[in-house]
Design a protein around this ligand. Structure first.
Ligand SMILES: [Zn+2]
Length: 406
């Protein structure tokens, strides 16, 4: 049985690697097809060739990173996890401290592994194609803050799970799920006030033409907007975006300053009309609920795996809590992938509904031109392979969105 579990873990990792490699290959092959009629005006021959170079560079880089990660995963499964788990037992046998120590060491190690790759991506690839505006200082600060933040959050989550496991192992799935759901909802509520300021400055949008236009549109569709903010995202990248966060009275619209620079007033209002469409259809709430439901399934599976020592033994570990937890994370991968495919199907439907809302409110034309501008400015792939779209895209392709909007 141990052998079967060990082989299943390796098979999952190899399958993921093969699938990602296959998708890269299919996307590259698809890029040779003629550009869809709807996009001919923006993807000129020159833009098209630049976009292809960008895509090719990213695919090559992705293959290299994935190759190294695959080797590292093999190493960790065959030697690393068991070495760390078994040796830490001589430091402490308290399950909570053992687990936390394990995660702190493992996360630090992963962060150090990722750092050179992400530095290369930002300062070489993004720089070469004119997207990067990050300074070295911002890069270091971002990495330190996000590392500490995820260390704290994950330690809290892990402690809750260990505590529930020791207290009521049979009800772990329900109790841990309920506690962590509350933490997630809290984070969701206070995200703009607590987390975003660690990385970006948000300033209220000043009075003027843009603010009037947004407020006029909001009034027309009977939508309350009180907080419209501009975020200084230009300190990292030239890529543009806009989003909604928070709930109820904490709801706020956040516009990237790059969006304001790149789009006309009409186009910005069109982007927001799409976001208001999401709110009108309660997509954020639906998304949160489906996230919580998915997490329930995760905890049910965790509760089962934690009961059997054999899962830890399969990777050569003394059966501790953390060893079983690590094996759970690897075995959960295919389940998580299936759930994310379903999630993407739902998300693409939501995107179409939000676009339909914008169109019904007279924003069809402006949203098409804003999508075209944003897409060509960020050199996004105009011809992704249908399998990639089905498996990984949270939005319909640009060509499909334009067809629906016109
Ligand atoms: Zn959307």
């Amino acid at each position: 049985m141990e052998k079967a579990i060990f082989i299943a873990i390796l098979a999952i990792i190899i399958f993921n690697w093969l699938l990602e490699t296959l998708l890269s290959y299919l996307n590259l092959r698809n890029s040779r097809k003629p550009i869809p009629e709807e996009l001919k005006d923006i993807y000129t021959a020159e833009k098209r060739s630049k976009q292809f170079q960008y895509q090719l560079t990213n695919i090559r880089f992705g293959m290299l990173v994935r190759g190294f990660s695959l080797l590292l995963s093999f190493f960790m499964i065959c030697f690393g996890f068991s070495w760390l788990n078994n040796n830490l037992l001589s430091v402490t046998i308290n399950p909570l401290w053992h687990t936390l120590l394990f995660f702190v060491i493992y996360m630090t190690f992963s962060q150090l592994f990722d750092l050179p790759w992400s530095a290369y991506k930002v300062f070489h690839i993004e720089e070469k194609f004119g997207f990067n505006t990050t300074t070295l200082l911002t890069f270091i600060k971002d990495n330190v803050i996000s590392f500490l933040l995820s260390l704290i959050l994950q330690s809290v989550v892990i402690s809750v799970i260990v505590f529930c496991w020791q207290w009521q192992p049979d009800w772990l799935w329900l109790i841990a799920w309920a506690v962590i759901s509350i933490i997630m909802i809290f984070l969701n509520l206070f995200y703009p006030k607590l987390i975003v300021p660690l990385f970006n400055k948000q300033t209220p949008l000043p009075d003027g033409e843009l603010r009037d236009a947004i407020e006029n549109f909001a009034r027309k569709v009977d939508f309350k907007v009180e907080n419209i903010y501009v975020m200084d995202s230009s300190k990292r990248s030239t890529k543009a975006n806009a989003y909604f966060t928070g709930w109820g009275s904490r709801k706020r619209i956040v516009l990237y300053d790059t969006l304001i620079k790149q789009l006309s007033t009409d186009e910005i209002v069109a982007v927001l009309s799409h976001e208001i469409g999401h709110e009108k259809h309660h997509h954020t709430l639906k998304g949160l609920c489906s996230g919580l439901l998915r997490m329930l399934l995760l905890f049910v599976m965790l509760g089962i795996i934690l009961r059997y020592d054999i899962f830890a033994v399969a990777i050569g570990c003394v059966p501790t809590f953390v060893a079983k937890f690590i094996v759970f994370m690897m075995l959960y991968e295919p389940v998580g992938m299936l759930l994310s495919i379903v999630g993407n199907i739902i998300s693409r439907r939501h995107e179409r509904e939000a676009d339909a809302f914008a169109k019904a409110n007279g924003m069809g034309k402006s949203i098409v031109s804003s999508l075209k501008k944003m897409s060509v400015n960020s050199l996004s792939n105009p011809l992704p392979h249908p399998l990639t779209v089905f498996l990984t895209y949270s939005h319909p392709t640009l060509a499909e969105r334009i067809r629906h909007l016109q």
